[in-house]
Design a protein around this ligand. Sequence first.
Ligand SMILES: [Ca+2]
Ligand SMILES: [Ca+2]
Length: 174
Amino acid sequence: MKSRINAALAASAAALVAVGVALAAADRPAYGEPVARLSAADAREHADAIFACADQNRSETLDADEYAALAVVLAELSRLNGFVVLRSEIEDRIVPLPFQTPELTRSERTRIEAVARRDFYAAAGGDSQLSQAEYAEEQADRFADADRNRNGVLAAGELVAFAAHTASLDRSDA
Ligand SMILES: [Ca+2]
Ligand SMILES: [Ca+2]
């Protein structure tokens, strides 16, 4: 698995490799049980951990390149793994993707990056920098979109929708 990930990332820009290494860090403990329910607090913890991985230059903000690299790497790793990893301080857990997913093609990667840049500028505001709070707010909006029954928890199909979004499998709007 690791060599497949490295091979996929080798074709990418340095920014992609940096984010990919941070997200695939070998010193993380083994993955726990698949997630059955995701609370808003769990999602916030995950978002904060992802933000830290994506902030390559430790500026405490994401720029458009960091944000786009994050979107591409999350899609790439999720598809290679067949699951999305949810980070927490205690352990990483997984949400399996609902179907076999092919590796990213070059054109898909271009599309994901373009969508990510559009999303970035919508979320970042006039300074073109996305703070941790702004990233958390954007991710909270995605959580709310997935929470169809508005009970503050993602479960079953809601969780699948959230994971599919992370893997950029739901983007038909670009
Ligand atoms: Ca940064
Ligand atoms: Ca729900």
